[in-house]
Design a protein around this ligand. Sequence first.
Ligand code: FAD
Length: 263
Amino acid sequence: MNVLIVYAHPEPQSLNGALKDFAVQRLQAAGHQVQVSDLYAMQWKAPLDARDTLDPQPPARFNASCASRHALEHGLQTPDIVAEQDKLRWADALLLQFPLWWFSMPAILKGWVERVYAYGFAYGVGEHSDRHWGDRYGEGMMAGKRAMLVVTTGGWEPHYSARGINGPINDLLFPIQHGVLHYPGFDVLPPYVAYRTDRADEARFVQIRDALGQRLDALFTTPPIAFRKQNGGDYVIPALTLHDGIAPGQTGFAAHVSTAATD
Ligand code: FAD
């Protein structure tokens, strides 16, 4: 299978760097093809702006969505964006690997999402009407592909537990797992999170590395998070709220995950 790792850490000798190198070896040893987008090494341009469209006559007022759609439709995207989109088309699985920075992904990775996820590629796909609000949340260009986050944190695991001060890790990662990954159609696996990494010694590194190895070995067999599909019957269209009979009384992120208890 083909695996794309989009990796965001500025230091090759970091813990993340070591885990990324390990992941490549482990996946290749299992017979997978691996490509890595090492965003800092590539000097990835993070800001989405008018320079992302190779248009000889750009409109006077830049509109990010319109410019993105126009560039995709007319072959006017910059080569760096096209190359990443080709990697995504090639991939059967996507890993986004990063240290948790300010409770989210580093800015350079957010910039990869903003620029590579073009209008007509990752959003604005499918019929948009009062009957069908696009192919998204479980449908779209990435349908049939898997995705998983590989994240390191400074904070301890209990800090990210159900009543932990940082908020539950699944809530913090919801915008990435549900918004960035499920939205264009990926099946999203439970994240691999290594907690309390800042003072990791060699023994802890081996622990973290081996646990990651097990997750990589199961990359194509682990059941995905049961995010509800937008067009699967659970939502009122076009309001896009859950039907009254689905997860009754439940609100917040967890309501968008199907469980035997809520359906
Ligand atoms: P490194 O600093 O490279 O390494 C961590 C430890 O692993 C070091 O002690 C290193 O010696 C050791 N190590 C052991 N074996 C190896 C090996 N083989 N190779 C390399 N190193 C090894 N944390 C949170 O929990 N929440 C936040 O919101 C948050 N925000 C942050 C924002 C910023 C801007 C920054 C800089 C940090 C933030 N942190 C946060 C902490 C951050 O998540 C951790 O510092 C990070 O995850 C650690 O990963 P690293 O790859 O940078 O580790």
